[in-house]
Design a binder for this molecule. Sequence first.
Ligand SMILES: Nc1ncnc2c1ncn2[C@@H]1O[C@H](COP(=O)(O)OP(=O)(O)O)[C@@H](O)[C@H]1O
Ligand SMILES: [Mg+2]
Length: 230
Amino acid sequence: MPKLFLGIEEASVSFGQGEARVRALRDVSLTFEKGTLSLLMGPSGSGKTTLLSMLGCLLSPDKGTVFVDGEAVNELSEAGRTVIRQKKISFVFQAFRLFHSLSALDNVALGFEIRDAAASGREEMARDLLLQFGLADKLNLEPNELSPGEKQRVAIARALAGNPPILLADEPTASLDAEAGKNICKILRRQVDDQGRTVVVVSHDPRWEKFADRTITLCDGRVEEQVGVL
Ligand SMILES: Nc1ncnc2c1ncn2[C@@H]1O[C@H](COP(=O)(O)OP(=O)(O)O)[C@@H](O)[C@H]1O
Ligand SMILES: [Mg+2]
């Protein structure tokens, strides 16, 4: 059987001990094909963020296997997983997590620096990304001068610095109004269609469904339903 591009096999994660033990994921197997957008839904506490953290090499399962770009990453050392994360994976969050005292341009340029400190032309590359996302007149503004939708576009530009093949987004539109949210849906969909990236979005927001190739619903740490083409 060919190795998975991105996915987990029979993975379980629990937190705490004894009476307080919570089984966040129970024997979950899922594959995410290259060049697809998967939507992960489910009630609060169902294990969505835990699953995303595993795919992002931030958390190892108690048992089971995690594959990133065909490699079983849970067999690597912590340092090995950090390298995979730096080269292959980016995150986008509900709360944007921009650097407050830096301009939009510097936020994105720093994204390039974090991924590849030796790369030249960081500012040019950062500018190109921000222009693509319609932020040409916002380059020198700091996050507190931007609207929520603009902040999320800067955060996505920063996440794309260094061209990671995998983008993991946890509730990326939860802080945005309808129009700004739709714009983010389109931007991430374009990353799949034009750049062949693999995107996994956690969201309660039903407007994501028409932008996703597949919808996975988690409940109590298990996959309740999968709908879509994969
Ligand atoms: N670091 C942690 N320590 C203890 N319990 C946790 C931790 N992270 C998550 N949990 C628990 O694991 C379950 C799944 O959480 P999570 O993956 O955050 O769910 P979701 O993102 O779907 O809301 C919940 O019961 C949550 O309380
Ligand atoms: Mg969550």
